[in-house]
Structure formats: structure tokens, C-alpha cells
Ligand binder design. Structure first.
Ligand code: R5P
Length: 313
């Protein structure tokens, strides 16, 4: 295989792709994405990729279907252009939330998209903090599943007094994730009983664990419409929490999220740039950390055949 590695980016998060390239000392390889007058997408790879190790960066953010199609067509174009190995780098895999048959006659779309990535030409996938660990098993190509838990935990260690802090899971499904976060910080954890009422609303019950008089950090895989976070803040305040902070890997921040979070009784919110957060969504309580160094290190290791797991040891 030609020794060079090449990085391409579709349209969802070019800022992150540029940062990754900067870390690797590479330039972003050119591709052109356009539309025919009938709305069909058209992708052209604009340099030679024959026998190269190629990476395509694309998060599944709004407009999700367009961004997924851009990635499929790019993967197919790279394969047709004789790339030696193609890795789909998907920092945010939104369809991981469609991971089970929890209603009659529905699709487990997280698995469907995994199949389609392989069909389109992905030889490998590099992704981060899937909604549930077992979604990894939907893929029949090798997957490197990174986590930003250490990145966010280290930020809290550097910027807060942890003496009175408790980490909180918004539901039982998030308990393992919060366990890893609280372990890294050496703080206790609590769990809230949550039921989802609709796409944008949740209902919460008891808090299991001590939060009265404590500084609490809610930890999540993603903040989407902000419904879960706002409900959790209210539950924790009722239970006597002194201050509330939040950390989440994917700052999807869609629909009413920003309006809800601005009005919420919360001190600070920390997300990463797996999803591009445009400047109009920034507000004083929001901090966006970068995962570019982590993704760049993983790409370097995949390319050279070194261990990716060793990044977290
Ligand atoms: C759900 O199980 C996830 O961990 C998050 O709580 C959820 O995706 C957040 O969505 P929203 O912000 O719309 O409540």
C-alpha cells in the first residue's frame, strides 16, 4: 500500500476535519459535492487515491439524511477510484439511538445504516460514544469506538472543586457511562428513574443516591432537544442539589434546546465538537471541547497498525 494517508471531509463538520488535519500535519484532500438540478447529489474526488489509506469525516447531523447520502456516495466514489482501504470517520452516529425494536413494525435503523456503510464501501468505521455500547455489534466491518469521557472528566477536574461533587445519570441506560465518568473523577454517582413520554419530553421519578446539598454534574452521551437535561435539573433541584452542571459528548442542540438551556437553572454545560456547534448557538454557560487530538491520534494508529485501545490506558 502507498504509505500516504489522505483525509477527506463531507459537509457536516469541516471545522473538526480541518483541526484533525492540522494535528496530523496534513492538508484536507479535495472533493467536490454538488447537486444536479433534479436534487440528486454528485461527489467527485479531486485527487488520486489509488492504493491509498483514506479517511472520510462525516457526522450524522442535520440535515441527517443528506449528510448520510453524502457519505455513502463519497465512500463509493473512493472505492471506484481504487483506494486501498477506506475508513468512515463518524464522530456522531445519530442512528445509534434507533437500536432496538421498542414498538411494533419499526426498523432498527442503527443496524440498517451500519449495513449500508459497508455496502457503500467502508472497510472500517471510527466513531465516538455510541448511544449504547452494543451498537458496535451492528457493524460487520471493524469498528474503533472512541470515548470522550476522559476529555470531559479531565475538564471538570481542572475547573471544579470535586470535594462535594456527585455525577448523575439521567436514566438507568446511562448508568454504565456515568460510572466510568465518576470513576475517572473519583466521585460518587446517583441515578434518576426516567421514562420518555415523546421525542421531546421525558418524565422523571426518584433519585437513587445522595444529591441534597451537593454540587451535581449530569453526564450524558448527547443533548438533543434538551428535554432530558431540563427535566433532570428540575428533579435534582427538588431533591436539594446545591449547584448543577452538565457534561455531554455530542452537543446536538436541536429544536428548542438552546432556548431551554438558556432558561434552565444550571451553572455550566460542557460538550465536544463531534457535532459542529455554530456560533449562533454559543452562549455564556456553554463550553465546547475539541476531540480533534483524540481522533487524529486514532487515525495515526489505525494507519500505522498500532493499538487504538492503548490511547485509553
Ligand atoms: C437518551 O437516552 C440519551 O442518553 C439522552 O438523554 C437523549 O438523547 C437526550 O435527548 P433530549 O435532549 O432530546 O432529551
Amino acid at each position: 500500500m502507498n504509505d500516504a494517508l489522505q483525509i477527506f471531509a463531507c459537509n457536516s463538520n469541516r471545522a473538526l476535519a480541518a483541526e484533525i488535519c492540522h494535528k496530523l500535519g496534513l492538508r484536507l484532500s479535495p472533493l467536490e459535492i454538488s447537486r444536479f438540478s433534479n436534487d440528486n447529489l454528485h461527489v467527485q474526488i479531486q485527487e488520486n487515491v489509488r492504493e491509498r489509506d483514506v479517511y472520510v469525516i462525516q457526522s450524522f447531523t442535520e440535515p441527517v439524511s443528506d449528510h448520510i447520502m453524502e457519505l455513502f456516495i463519497t465512500l463509493d466514489a473512493l472505492r471506484s477510484a481504487s483506494a486501498r482501504r477506506v475508513t468512515a470517520v463518524i464522530p456522531y452516529y445519530s442512528y445509534a439511538r434507533s437500536d432496538k425494536k421498542d414498538a411494533p413494525r419499526i426498523s432498527i435503523t442503527g443496524r440498517l445504516i451500519a449495513d449500508m456503510l459497508k455496502t457503500a464501501g467502508a472497510d472500517r468505521v471510527l466513531t465516538m460514544d455510541l448511544h449504547a455500547d452494543q451498537v458496535h455489534g451492528f457493524f460487520s466491518v471493524p469498528v474503533d469506538h472512541l470515548t470522550a469521557i476522559p476529555t470531559i472528566a479531565d475538564y471538570f477536574r481542572d475547573n471544579h472543586d470535586l470535594g462535594n461533587m456527585v455525577a448523575v445519570a439521567t436514566d438507568a441506560g446511562g448508568a454504565k457511562r456515568v460510572g466510568r465518568f465518576s470513576e475517572r473523577l473519583g466521585i460518587p454517582m446517583a441515578i434518576i428513574d426516567k421514562r420518555r413520554v415523546s421525542d421531546t419530553q421525558v418524565k422523571q421519578g426518584e433519585v437513587v443516591g445522595q444529591v441534597a446539598g451537593r454540587d451535581v454534574v449530569i453526564f450524558e452521551d448527547e443533548i438533543s432537544t434538551g428535554g432530558t437535561l431540563v427535566s433532570t435539573i428540575e428533579t435534582l433541584k427538588r431533591a436539594g442539589a446545591r449547584t448543577v452542571h452538565a457534561g455531554a459528548v455530542h452537543g446536538v442542540l436541536c429544536g428548542p434546546a438552546i432556548e431551554r438551556l438558556r432558561a434552565a437553572e444550571i451553572e455550566s454545560i460542557v460538550v465536544t465538537n463531534t457535532v459542529n456547534v455554530p456560533s449562533e448557538k454559543h452562549f455564556e454557560k456553554l463550553t465546547v471541547l475539541t476531540v480533534a487530538p483524540l481522533l487524529a491520534a486514532a487515525i495515526e494508529r489505525i494507519h500505522s497498525g498500532a493499538s487504538v485501545g492503548a490511547l485509553f490506558e
